[in-house]
Design a protein around this ligand. Structure first.
Ligand SMILES: NC(=O)c1ccc[n+]([C@@H]2O[C@H](COP(=O)([O-])OP(=O)(O)OC[C@H]3O[C@@H](n4cnc5c(N)ncnc54)[C@H](O)[C@@H]3O)[C@@H](O)[C@H]2O)c1
Length: 513
């Protein structure tokens, strides 16, 4: 049994809803919530604004830290709402460490809309408001054990998962994923499999493959397990039918759930089976490969391949929860870790900023080195899915490098390249088509530095790849649309590219081989 961390402590920017969240958590737990600002006003004997004006910020922060540290030491399980600036104090940051810190994340626009027209002093100056928001966000992020959107419905829905997080192994972090068709928690940490059960209804029926099952299945205590074939060739309707039959034979009911233990193949296949078994049962994704932890386990796309194309049959089926145990990456074969790293590079390119800096600065590839990148990559993907679950616009950005990548996989019969390796080549083609020559050179160096291919094998011709591109399932009436990117953090979706440029970008990959 893990040591239970005593309280949920809500932090975040002005108007993020901290007081209301703490109250909702109090109701959930049957305890009275504590409010740091209220405690502060009582101790100061006057409104915060008045003390601030009379004594100045330095004195205010000193008293605030004293009072908040005392409050946190007394919070025996009761949820606490902290003032927006209190976590800037080192003493407060130390004091929150033994609790579960929940960052209620709101954008400046959302926060401004909530305070605009109120009497709050900062409601007068949008520029100063935005500056403070940008300054504090990294501090909230650094302290957060859980990141939840600052919306009342999200907070209420997240409470069972936040409560469970108190018992998770130390260092476990949680993201709350929102999308049009469902919300769910994503837990990321070390030593989670077998030591932490996310809230999920009924009994767990595991779907896994032989390699992953041999190492991790025993820990789960699943009701029954179905083993699927290894690799992409297992993602078929025939295999799905077999899995469904075995789940039925094992007695799985509608109020039970599927545990998808493995890489992206198991996640896609098991998620698909869960979406159709008795018209839909919950699936808990337990991703064990880097591809699955940063990408495929999140966002609800499930499916199988048919002869016509990869992922041609499937369903959107959001998981009930995702539990990414970072320790599983230590048993992942080195080539799979490298292939998964391509999705990390892709996410770094899309997100730009600190994530891109971490990706480009990564030294030797190892489970330990990539582990800190899993959460920011997952968080980026979840933000995109939250804005556009069904690929209508922004989500298409996640296909950066995938259009040519998929064509390379298809043209080579899905056997010569791992998915990630093909996407790496696709990234190089996309950057060439974007005219981002310097960035292409840098990405090429990153890929080859980690032992990934940067050129097509001689057996594969440019017309073969272009033919496969013409059959792309995402092709629209307008033609094949690409995601282009001139600078990290600035993807452009839905871009048509003239045939000669596409051909030149693919030919360049071939010529390099
Ligand atoms: N649904 C989505 O949004 C989405 C996104 C990206 C990729 N995908 C799909 O994901 C699949 C690729 O996923 P993948 O790269 O994880 O491949 P995979 O599932 O085939 O796993 C790769 C190999 O690593 C092994 N493995 C996985 N975890 C291990 C561990 N911890 N220890 C030892 N061995 C381990 C597996 O047994 C397998 O042999 C593709 O089918 C792709 O289409 C889906």
């Amino acid at each position: 049994m893990e040591a239970v961390r005593p309280s949920l402590v809500f932090i975040g920017f002005m108007a993020a809803g901290k007081t209301k969240a703490a109250r909702a958590a109090g109701e959930h737990l049957g305890l009275d919530a504590l409010d740091a600002d209220a405690a502060l006003e009582e101790a100061l004997g006057m409104p915060i604004a008045a003390f601030f004006e009379r004594e100045g910020e330095a004195e205010f922060r000193r008293r605030e830290a004293e009072i908040v540290v005392d409050l946190l030491s007394r919070a025996a399980g009761a949820p606490v709402a902290l003032g927006g600036g209190s976590v800037l104090s080192a003493a407060v940051a130390d004091a929150v460490e033994r609790h579960v810190v929940v960052w209620l994340d709101v954008s400046t626009d959302e926060a401004w809309e909530r305070i605009d027209g109120t009497s709050r002093p900062l409601a007068r100056d949008r520029g100063e408001f935005d500056r403070l928001h940008a300054e504090r966000a990294p501090r909230y992020e650094e302290l957060a054990d859980a990141i939840v959107p600052g919306r009342r419905d999200a907070v209420r829905a997240a409470l069972p998962a936040l409560t469970a997080l108190r018992e998770a192994p130390a260092g476990t972090r949680m993201l709350w994923a929102s999308s049009a068709s469902g919300d769910y928690p994503v837990f990321i940490g070390n030593g989670l499999l077998g030591r932490f059960d996310p809230p999920a209804a009924g009994r767990g029926f595991c779907v896994t493959d032989a390699q992953v099952g041999a190492i991790y299945l025993e820990r789960l205590g699943a009701e029954a397990a179905v083993s699927v074939g290894q690799g992409e060739s297992a993602k078929t309707l025939t295999e799905a039918e077999r899995v469904l039959g075995e789940l039925a034979a094992a007695g799985m009911r509608r109020d039970d759930h599927v545990l998808a233990l493995g890489g992206g193949v198991v996640g896609d296949l098991a998620g698909f089976c869960a979406s159709v078994y008795q018209r839909g049962v919950p699936v808990v994704q337990l991703p064990t490969s880097l591809v699955a932890q940063v990408d495929s386990a999140h966002g609800g796309k499930t499916g199988v391949d048919i002869a016509a194309a990869k992922n041609y049959v499937g369903a959107y089926h959001q998981p009930a929860a995702v539990v990414a145990d970072l320790d599983t990456l230590t048993t992942l074969p080195a080539e799979e870790l490298a292939a998964g790293f391509v999705e990390v590079v892709k996410t770094g390119l899309l997100a730009g900023g600190n994530l891109w800096e971490s990706v480009r600065g990564l030294g030797a590839l190892s489970a330990e080195a990539v582990a800190p990148l899993v959460l920011p990559c997952a968080r980026y993907k979840l933000a995109v899915v939250a804005a556009d679950e069904r690929d209508a616009g922004l989500r298409m950005a996640l296909n950066l490098g995938h259009t040519v990548g998929h064509a390379i996989e298809a043209a080579s019969g899905y056997s010569r390249y791992r998915h990630g390796e093909a996407v790496g080549l696709g990234l190089l083609a996309a950057l060439r088509m974007s005219g981002a020559d310097g960035l292409r050179a840098e990405v090429s160096e990153i890929l080859s530095g980690h032992g990934l291919p940067t050129a097509l094998e001689p057996g594969l011709s440019t017309p073969q790849v272009l033919d496969a591109l013409d059959r792309d399932k995402k092709r629209t009436e307008r033609g094949v649309e690409f995601v282009l990117l001139e600078r990290p953090g600035e993807p452009r979706v839905g871009q048509l590219v003239d045939r000669a440029s596409v051909e030149a970008a693919v030919e360049e990959l071939r010529a390099a081989g």
